[in-house]
Design a binder for this molecule. Sequence first.
Ligand SMILES: [Zn+2]
Length: 57
Amino acid sequence: MKISSNTKFLLVKHDCGNEQYVYNTAKREVKCTLCKKTIAKPTGGFVKVFGKIIKTV
Ligand SMILES: [Zn+2]
C-alpha cells in the first residue's frame, strides 16, 4: 500500500467563520461542521473549497 505524498490537509476558513481541516483530494463533499453547508467539493483532482485556505499541513 502506498500513501500519496500529494495528499495534504487544508485549513479552510468558511464564509460563516468556522475553520475546518479538509483533505485537498477528498473524494466526497465535505460539509461545514458549524453551518452544515458545503465547505469542499470533489472535482476529480484537488477539491474546490468554499472559503479561504489559511494553511496547508
Ligand atoms: Zn460554515
